[in-house]
Design a protein around this ligand. Structure first.
Ligand SMILES: O=C(O)[C@H]1O[C@H](OP(=O)(O)OP(=O)(O)OC[C@H]2O[C@@H](n3ccc(=O)[nH]c3=O)[C@H](O)[C@@H]2O)[C@H](O)[C@@H](O)[C@H]1O
Length: 434
């Protein structure tokens, strides 16, 4: 074999250019003659390593603040996974749902299960918001025969185990670090889940036999600072306003490379401010409900020139229909053994409601439903990643799988409030009593 020269090593004076064929042979000589034999330099090297480690651990602090748990493995665990993956008929799907104890994950898992699909959930039950809500959601899906594996999408060994055990036809990837404004508090958690976790999952999917089709949650936030409305999938998405948006945009690029290189069938869904029963306590409609009931003031942001902010709030049942529709129209991946055998499907869809509502209007609907007047602080929108408005053009999803949202904000909030009161009661402390 000819000597392998690593050419991309820097070749400026003082830097090395290594010839690998002779590398190990020369090492012993270098060991004796080079400065590596000097104990003082060793001490210095070890001290530098310690400093690097301390810096690295500190940078992980933000991530550690979100507690994550993991328990998997063993005969009983395997039995539960297999049972959960069991489909009713051979034409049903077998789906791995990541983030299954999350808001959208729970609802999508139930919808798939109800029609006879095999569904295995995966969730790390982190403490970004009250994990007891996630555990309550787990109870609901467990009652429908769905097992949620407790583990992280960054755990490559766990993913390999799952793909070795089960021939998943689809992966519905909904696990993510959500929240637009929290990205300024804990940026590393977004990189951990939305970038590193996504890549670990795609690696597992690309190597799986058979390769599943992947459907995953992107976000309306990728439209960032765009002003042209409604937002279309053809519009530019290179001006994100938050790190959250940037990681979702990165996800779209990352999934494209896995589609291109490995033949993974990919569908990205840009969700528009999803709300409804079993929702996320960090979102405005949820925290406003809690605070209005508690008699606490709420903060309503305002754009420049006292402009009211608006969102294309989308009800969870409509989102579920969009998720299931896109899953059912996803074509098979084309790769095998980690290699692409032909071009594979790559799609991106907006899943919105097509009728934006202002935040003050959202508050007035809640006031009516709760029969309590809100104490409002109107403040200028802080520069923390928020965008003034969102509005979806959904013609592509309509054409591809008949997506047609049918729940307006008043109707959807009525269902949310009914659920909220039955779950937490009227005290507004966000603590469940049952
Ligand atoms: O579509 C998305 O891709 C994203 O949707 C959601 O983000 P947003 O649309 O920002 O929802 P949300 O926080 O409920 O704020 C709603 C409105 O209330 C305003 N808002 C908020 C808080 C507050 O205290 N006051 C206030 O006026 C605020 O300024 C805004 O105008 C998801 O959280 C996110 O994970 C992602 O999925």
């Amino acid at each position: 074999m000819p000597p392998l020269v690593i050419d991309n090593f820097p070749s400026t004076p003082g830097k090395v250019k290594v010839e690998r064929s002779n590398y190990f042979g020369r090492m012993s000589h270098h060991w004796q003659s080079s400065s590596l034999a000097n104990p003082l330099l060793w001490l210095f090297g070890l001290a530098s390593l310690a400093v690097v480690l301390v810096v690295l651990l500190n940078s992980l602090d933000g991530y550690k603040a979100v507690h994550i748990s993991s328990t998997w493995g063993g005969a009983q665990w395997e039995k539960q996974v297999r049972l959960s993956a069991h489909r009713k008929r051979s034409d049903n799907k077998v789906v791995l749902v990541t983030g299954a104890a999350g808001f959208v994950g729970m609802h999508v898992s139930l919808a798939l299960r109800k029609r006879g699909d095999g569904v295995v959930g995966l969730d790390n039950f982190n403490s970004y918001y009250d994990p007891s809500l996630k555990r309550a959601r787990r109870k609901v899906v467990e009652n429908h025969g769905i097992f949620i594996v407790e583990g992280d999408i960054n755990d490559a060994a766990l993913l390999k185990k799952l793909f070795d055990m089960i021939s998943f036809t689809h992966v519905m990837h909904l696990a993510a670090q959500a929240g637009v404004r929290y990205a300024m508090e804990n940026p590393s958690s977004y990189v951990h889940s939305n970038i590193a976790g996504l890549v670990t999952l795609l690696e597992a999917c690309k190597s799986a036999q058979p390769q599943p089709a992947v459907i995953w949650a992107s976000s309306s936030s990728v439209y960032g600072l765009n002003t042209k409305v409604p937002f279309s999938e053809l519009d530019r998405t290179d001006r994100p306003a938050s790190l959250y948006a940037a990681t979702k945009k990165a996800g779209e690029e990352i999934t494209h490379t896995y589609n291109h290189i490995y033949g993974l069938s990919i569908t990205g869904l840009r969700f528009f401010t999803v709300y409804g029963p079993w929702g996320r306590p960090d979102m405005a409609y949820f925290s406003f409900t809690r605070d209005i009931l508690a008699g606490k003031p709420i903060t309503v942001y305002q754009g420049p020139n006292q402009m009211e902010l608006a969102r294309d709030f989308t009800y969870i049942d409509d989102i579920v229909k969009g998720c299931v529709g896109s899953l059912d129209t996803a074509k098979k991946s084309t790769g095998s053994g980690g290699k692409k055998r032909g071009p594979a499907q790559y799609r991106i869809f907006n899943l919105g409601n097509t009728s934006p509502v202002t935040v003050p209007k959202l508050v007035s609907i809640l006031e009516k439903l709760l029969k309590v007047k809100a104490k409002k602080y109107i403040v200028a929108m802080p520069g923390n990643g928020d965008v003034p408005f969102t509005h979806a053009n959904i013609s592509l999803a309509h054409k591809e799988f008949g997506y047609k949202p049918s729940t307006d904000l008043s109707t959807g909030l009525k269902k949310f409030v009914r659920w909220y009161l039955s779950f937490y009661g009227t005290r507004g402390d966000g603590i469940r009593r049952s």
